[in-house]
Design a protein around this ligand. Structure first.
Ligand code: SIN
Length: 546
């Protein structure tokens, strides 16, 4: 069955929801998400949104902090644009009903927004707008409500996108013979309730599927983070960039039952100190900013401490702060830790680094357009040039909001130029594998193998030898996945496995091709930065004949 829509939005984090909300003013929107609408990385975001919201802060300071963290790879025009648009996007959220924490001591008059501002690593000022330690949940809840009440938006939960449909797909399937300019015209989507594949035909397609933390064994990300948008865009022929820059969050809770629980950097922003098992602080040995150094520095420092000591974790101690303040400021972290028997007002919290954020992704221009016409990518799926080699803490939600705004404006203009009377004929889904698999173990085994080998060989500290080992293994796994993919009916597990394998391959190829250490990419064989590689992205584009 074919579903026709003006805008196809894939993903239901803040980027997809905000874009859908904006474009629904001018056309029909199909919002496709592979689990329930709230299952997104956004909903787990604790820290907040970085933006210049106080009189002692300045755009210049936020720009400089972002550039310093990005370590020579940020696009300065993008940084300036995002930073300057930040306050307007925060105001828009407030107008939509988002409730951030307020600081009564900053109130100047009834009209003034007196937001409470937190601090995180790499920021020279307090500029993190937050809703306690559940900022993402607040954003997601408010925006889901708007989206659900918008008659122009049709929501498809439990629908996983398999692949994009482009003009090249139509040429390959013999529907058209002429090779005009490449453009995206829809997607094949598996309805997980009926197991039927549906064809979506759209004038504009937006990828906002989030990141790919599940490529690694240990991650702060939810199960949905399988790099679907990056993998699909790459298969469709879009350029991807800078995938070697995987951000490891320094402080994930270390507990056998805590699958992916983050201890927000905002905890260090409120004075928490990293200590070893004996209670001794160690960050002074690694950076003058100590516990509030940039994430790459803190994650590598913890990795070094763990390798030296042979311990399973280090500890984060905030017990010197007022217990009532801790409970008020971090209610989510407090109660989660308490559920595991740890009272953070008294006990140090065991923490380890875990894969957290992809700084690279599908390359876009300043309006969120990829190099395939009518295909947009925003949020963690995209590589806009804001983050460079290392994302500054809490710059991701602001990037998603600014780019949802920019891309929506651009897409609304573009829609006017597309003749919807001339909807291209799309090939129906080809039931490539017609039988149900009798070997589900292949999917489970390869999921596990990829995640483990990426953790062991392509982690915080890399070497060419380990990367080459990873490359060989991933190539073998991909061969196996391909044979299986064309033999059996697609399932969610197989689609996600194929995507994490593609993203893993791209991370390894990107890491192997960067012969230096910069930002989040550290290779012991090239421990220094090569100044000739500043402003040089690592780009990959799949030849369309593949
Ligand atoms: C955190 O709360 O530490 C995560 C915020 C971020 O990744 O920007």
């Amino acid at each position: 069955m074919e579903i026709k829509t003006d805008f196809l939005v894939i993903g239901s984090g803040i980027a997809g929801l905000m874009f859908a909300h904006k474009v629904s003013a001018v056309g029909s929107v199909a919002l496709v998400t592979k689990r329930a609408i709230m299952d997104s990385n956004t909903a787990l975001a604790q820290g907040g949104i970085a933006s210049v919201m106080s009189e002692v802060d300045s755009f210049e300071a936020h720009i400089n902090d972002t550039l310093a963290s990005g370590d020579g790879l940020c696009r300065s025009d993008v940084v300036e644009m995002v930073v300057k648009q930040g306050p307007g996007r925060i105001q828009e959220l407030i107008d939509l009903g988002v409730q951030f924490n307020l600081d009564e001591s900053r109130r100047k008059g009834d009209e003034t927004v007196n937001l409470a501002l937190g601090r995180e690593g790499g920021h020279s000022q307090k500029r993190i707008v937050h809703a306690q330690d559940m900022t993402g949940r607040e954003l997601e809840t408010v925006m889901v409500d708007h989206v659900r009440n918008q008659p122009n938006i049709h929501l498809y939960e439990n629908h996983i996108t398999i692949d994009l449909i482009t003009h090249a797909t139509r040429v390959r399937r013999g529907l058209v013979s002429t090779a005009t300019d490449e453009y995206c015209c829809g997607a094949y989507v598996l309805d997980l309730e009926t197991s039927q594949v549906r064809t979506f035909s759209a004038a504009i397609v937006l990828l906002a599927t989030g990141g790919a933390g599940k490529v690694y064994l240990y991650t702060s990300n939810p199960d949905i983070a399988t790099g679907d948008g990056i993998a699909m865009a790459y298969r469709a022929g879009a350029t991807v960039a800078n995938l070697e820059f995987v951000q490891f969050h320094p402080t994930c809770l270390y507990h056998p039952d805590a699958k992916n629980f983050l201890i927000s950097e905002a905890v260090r922003g409120e004075g928490a100190v990293l200590v070893d098992r004996a209670g001794k602080p160690f960050m002074h040995k690694y950076h003058s900013d100590k516990d509030l150094a940039c994430r790459d520095v803190v994650a590598r420092a913890i990795d070094t401490e763990l390798k030296k000591s042979g311990e399973d974790s280090v500890f984060l101690n905030i017990s010197h702060q007022d217990p009532e303040f801790i409970r008020q400021r971090f209610p989510n972290i407090y109660s989660k830790c308490l559920s595991y028997g740890m009272d953070i007002t008294r006990d140090p919290i065991p923490v380890v680094p875990a894969a957290h954020y992809m700084c690279g992704g599908v390359t876009t221009d300043i309006n969120g357009r990829t190099d395939i016409d009518r295909l947009y990518a925003i949020g963690e799926t995209a590589c806009t040039g804001l983050h460079g080699a290392n994302r500054l803490a809490s710059n991701s939600l602001i990037e998603a909001l600014v780019y949802a705004h920019k891309a929506a404006g651009q897409a609304i203009k573009a829609l006017k130029t597309i003749d919807r009377g001339q909807v291209p004929a799309l090939p129906a889904w080809d039931e490539v594998g017609t039988t149900d698999s009798d070997e589900v173990i292949m999917v489970a085994h390869n999921w596990d193998e990829i995640r483990r080998l990426m953790w062991n060989y392509v982690g915080i500290v890399r070497s060419d030898k380990r990367l080459a080992r990873a490359k060989r293994r991933i190539e073998m796994i991909q061969k196996e996945i391909n044979e299986y993919y064309w033999g059996f009916k697609v399932t969610a597990g197989l689609i996600e496995l194929r995507n994490i394998a593609t993203v893993a391959e791209l991370i390894v190829k990107s890491a192997l091709s960067r012969k230096e250490s910069r930002g989040l990419h550290y290779n012991i064989e090239y421990p220094d930065k090569d100044e000739r590689l500043a402003q040089t992205d690592t780009r990959f584009k799949r030849p369309l004949a593949d």
